[in-house]
Write a protein that binds this ligand. Structure first.
Ligand SMILES: [Fe+2]
Length: 110
């Protein structure tokens, strides 16, 4: 299991109060969408296979750090759910990615 998946699984373990609902939702997301393999963007931030997952894990991790300082009353569980799923709309379905292949322009390659 790679480092991102380890961090992903550790974050999911922070969900306890809504575990049953969360587990069911994540099972659907992981098996019926391209969430685990989709890129985070077409040609910018983490435009690689698994980029969306890596971005989501990074956001959830940073959200936990920030909330511990600014709003410790917010549950870890809420931060994990929001962080992991904030870009779910980018996932697309297997074989039907949300993003179309889009080559960088000459200016972007420079
Ligand atoms: Fe995002």
């Amino acid at each position: 299991m790679d480092e991102v998946m380890k961090r992903y699984e550790a974050l999911k373990e922070k969900v306890d109060g809504r575990w049953a609902e969360f587990a069911e939702l994540m099972k659907f997301i992981e098996t019926e969408t391209a969430y685990l393999t989709a890129p985070a963007s077409t040609k910018f931030h983490l435009c690689i296979e698994g980029g969306l997952l890596e971005h989501s894990v990074n956001v959830a991790g940073n959200l936990l750090k920030i909330k511990n300082v600014l709003a410790p009353e917010i549950s870890d569980e809420s931060c994990v759910i929001v962080g992991l799923l904030h870009d779910l709309g980018k996932a697309g379905m297997p074989g039907e990615p949300q993003y179309l292949k889009n080559e960088p322009s000459p200016k972007q390659k420079a």
